[in-house]
Design a protein around this ligand. Structure first.
Ligand code: 5GP
Length: 193
């Protein structure tokens, strides 16, 4: 998706060889027009899949997930990282090791919001080693629902997540695939590959 790649090149910062900072348009400040286009693009890629719900993880997945769900005319659900007083019973939960925070969190979704028979599109901002994706997949499967596929805004293709998910036969659609962040230079996997 050229609009996204250009945005990454102009406003993204390679903080290290492994971490890309995109807080000017995705992880802190959000570019609404870009989110609208991301929602349309995920819709185009999954429109034949009879999606019944979009699932993401708070907080940075929410903007692209909501825009995607709007196109499908289905609800967006986000897995929560913290328990609250109103959020206690009947939870579907999984552990996720946070790549950026280097800590393990429990994430949870109420079993009201994912039901057997649901066909779920998982959306996330980044795919690195696939920990967040694996936890979201576990939650869907605990509910006896189906994972239709994963829509990723930025895949870091030099990390293992995409290949692990594909080896398990999950469909992964990434809008930008970063090949390398070495020496502060952002390069993409060629679309033809
Ligand atoms: P994974 O679980 O695939 O290892 O990592 C994905 C999660 O970690 C995403 O939900 C995202 O929040 C965060 N993440 C991983 N790598 C990066 C990165 O390079 N930059 C940012 N901003 N977040 C990342």
């Amino acid at each position: 998706m050229d609009l996204l790649k250009n945005k990454i090149l102009s406003e993204g910062i390679a903080l290290s060889d492994n971490v890309l900072k995109v807080d000017k348009f995705l992880n802190h400040q959000i570019d609404p027009e870009l989110m609208v286009e991301i929602g349309k693009e995920f819709y185009e890629r999954f429109k034949d899949d009879k999606i019944t719900k979009v699932l993401t993880l708070e907080s940075s997945g929410i903007a692209p997930a909501v825009m995607t769900a709007l196109n499908f005319n289905v609800p967006a659900v986000f897995a929560r990282k913290r328990k609250s007083l109103t959020f206690t019973n009947d939870l579907l939960s999984a552990q996720v090791f946070s790549y950026t925070k280097q800590e393990t969190n429990m994430i949870s979704v109420s079993n009201q919001f994912i039901k057997p028979g649901d066909n779920i599109l998982i959306i996330d901002d980044f795919l690195a080693n696939g920990e967040a994706a694996a936890a979201l997949i576990s939650i869907v499967e605990q509910a006896d629902a189906r994972v239709a596929g994963l829509g990723i805004v930025i895949e870091k293709s030099f990390q293992s997540g995409a290949s692990i998910l594909k080896s398990k036969n999950y469909r992964v659609e990434s809008l930008a695939r970063v090949q390398s962040l070495t020496d502060g230079t952002i390069t993409f996997v060629e679309d033809a590959e």
